[in-house]
Design a protein around this ligand. Structure first.
Ligand code: F6R
Length: 608
């Protein structure tokens, strides 16, 4: 949510800033801006409402060879998307870009009696506050930043530059990520390591409460209390091809289609098919600790939450001795929930930066409960704060809608459940079918993606003028239906909701009319006949049903059928979710919406 870049070095700063902002555009895309400076501090400030391409157009008329600068792409919190509200914000000689929220900005603004404000943002208040301690450059910028931040309540990742010393950038973080890239004769800053890929592989991830003073050849880090911090330089593992479209029209389609490979990465070294076991190194729990687990709390937001619900359905099938509760992070963080002893919490997050999930993690840790991360982004805040964890290793997910992460999050959690079950001595005959299906999943995903693709495209086009949809499922197909509905609503803007089949008669059946179509997920299995009866109830009310099934014999006269060929049984709902992903994608293309950057949303929700 919002993206920050910064550059000081020997090359053209505008070039890095604009390319970095393009990489971060998925984090916010309603306005953007950059400020660069030459050696004398002569500045060029360019802002534009809308996408980075708008900024780029303006930049083309203002080409400069400045060697330092900072930039920002915004997802509005305080004040509408506009040029005035776009960052960088100026206060005298200093310029600031900010991610996060300054909660006490009104009080701070009231204290800044002589300041004039040009925007409605909380960020400009912070810029003016820093300036008030800067005394026209008589006080070092780093000290002014520290003084100001000590008064701030809220979250921030900031980069600040001054006309008085354009060779230096000051950055700081609390609850909003910042990475410093160490190059040859250049130092780079970004709120997400993907902006640094191709420029350097060496990075320092700033911790909460740290402030860094950066020049082209030095990085000095201190805490807000002026204690020096010895920086750990880590390697950025992402390569360029992982953050490019590689011939696909949209990142979303690329990310859907690369699930066979991303799943292989999730499973690498963790599944022993011969023994019928799984092994996860990351959680770091001993056999005794695993055996003692009686209660599992799974925490996430949005798609990560949905993955947790589905994984919970699976885990309880083979670990009879534990209770599982999947919770929405933004709710759970404020609940007075009793957490029994011998609980473990799974903290699920693709970005590893989601503010509500992070807050939950901290609350749960305070209660002395072990936390295990199911995270994708290496080095992210959640990954660093959990007691142990399992990276899902799906590579960067750039499209705002989460797809490949969902599939791998479910599998990583199921593997964690299997690890508990193994330690508790659950019979191999119970666990082996799960292990076998997990091992087969990448290949099965590849087949389904190939086989259903054209059908789904055709059917999505047929329904492109609809604005209402209902997803239906039972058992493990129910959380899958919830995820399908979320995907459809977030990118195609179709008002889509999911219901457990059994709930239809308790209310939602009243909705069925011409305005709606229904996507019914009907996997073979124990509840198949019941789901078929529920579909009949919808058909009896003239519902337009798209049935997704792996049963060859399915013969109800529904409007459309999408058939899945698979040798899987247990994990079939995950294959059905591929259909939902493709359906949402093609519906969105047909409606002409922005696929990768849906309106009002942004990737990585670092504000509450
Ligand atoms: C939906 C989506 C969001 C995220 C949610 C959590 O497609 O992407 O619902 O799943 O914001 O994000 P992470 O997983 O980064 O914590």
């Amino acid at each position: 949510m919002c993206g920050i870049v910064g550059y000081v070095g020997g090359k053209n700063a505008q070039d890095f800033l604009i390319s970095g902002l393009k990489r971060l555009e998925y984090r916010g895309y309603d306005s953007a801006g950059i400020i660069t400076m030459d050696e004398e501090g002569k500045d060029t400030l360019i802002k534009a409402k809308g996408k980075i391409s708008e900024l780029e157009e303006r930049l083309a008329k203002n080409k400069r060879d400045d060697k330092a600068g900072i930039g920002h792409t915004r997802w509005a919190t305080h004040g509408e998307p506009s040029e005035a509200n776009a960052h960088p914000h100026q206060a005298g000689d200093i310029f600031l870009v900010h991610n996060g929220i300054i909660e006490n900005y009104k009080e701070l603004k009231a204290q800044l009696k002589n300041a004039e404000f040009k925007s409605e943002t909380d960020s400009e208040v912070l810029a003016k506050l820093i300036e008030s301690f800067y005394h026209d450059g008589r006080y070092p910028l780093t000290n002014a930043v520290v003084q100001a931040l000590k008064l701030v309540k809220g979250t921030y990742g900031i980069a600040v530059i001054s006309r008085k010393n354009p060779e230096e950038i000051v950055v700081a973080r609390l609850g909003s990520p910042l990475v410093i890239g160490i190059g040859h004769d250049e130092t780079l800053v970004a709120s997400d390591a993907s902006a640094l890929v191709g420029h350097t592989k060496r990075a320092i991830y700033l911790n909460d409460g740290e402030v860094a003073t950066i020049t082209r050849n030095s990085v000095e880090i201190k805490t807000l209390n002026a204690e020096p911090v010895s920086a750990k330089v880590e390697e950025i593992e992402t390569n360029l091809s992982a953050i490019q479209k590689n011939g696909y029209e949209h990142f979303l389609l690329k990310e859907i289609m690369e699930q066979p490979e991303s799943l292989i990465e999730t499973l690498r070294g963790r599944v022993n098919l011969h023994e019928g076991t799984v092994k996860l190194g990351g959680p770091g729990l001993s056999e005794t600790e695993l055996r003692k687990i009686k209660h599992l709390i799974i925490v996430g937001c949005g798609t990560a939450y949905n993955a947790g619900v589905l994984a919970g359905y699976y885990i309880e099938q083979f670990t009879p001795e534990i209770t599982i509760e999947t919770v929405i992070a933004s709710e759970y963080r404020y609940r007075q929930a009793y957490i029994p002893e011998d609980s473990v919490a799974l903290i699920v997050s693709q970005s590893g930066e989601t503010a509500d999930t992070l807050a939950c993690l901290r609350e749960i840790k305070k209660k002395g409960i072990k936390t295990i991360g199911i995270v994708n982004t290496i080095g992210s805040t959640i990954a660093r704060e959990v007691d142990g964890g399992t990276y899902v290793h799906v590579g960067p997910e750039i499209s705002v809608a989460s797809t490949k992460a969902f599939t791998s999050q479910v599998i990583a959690m199921v593997m964690f459940g299997l690890t508990i079950a193994q330690a508790k001595g659950v019979k191999k005959t119970v666990l082996q079918p799960y292990v076998k299906e997990i091992a087969k999943l990448p290949e099965e995903v590849r087949n389904v993606l190939e086989l259903v693709h054209e059908d789904v495209k055709k059917i999505a086009n047929k329904y492109k003028d609809y604005d209402h949809a209902i997803y239906l499922g039972r058992d493990t197909a129910y959380p899958t239906a919830i995820e399908g509905a979320l995907k459809l609503k977030e990118i195609s803007y179709v008002d889509a909701n999911a219901y457990a089949f059994g709930e239809l008669k308790h209310g939602p059946l009243a909705l069925i009319d011409d305005r709606f179509f229904e996507i019914a997920l009907i996997p073979k299995g124990e509840l198949y006949e019941k789901a078929v009866s529920n579909v009949q109830e919808v058909l009896a009310r003239n519902g337009k049903v798209i049935a997704v099934t792996n049963d060859d014999k399915f013969d109800l006269s529904v409007a459309d059928v999408i058939r899945i060929q698979t040798s899987l049984e247990i994990l079939t709902p995950l294959l059905m979710n591929l259909v939902s992903q493709l359906f949402a994608y093609y519906m969105t293309v047909a409606k002409g919406n922005n696929v990768d950057q849906p309106r009002n949303l942004a990737k990585s929700v670092t504000v509450e």
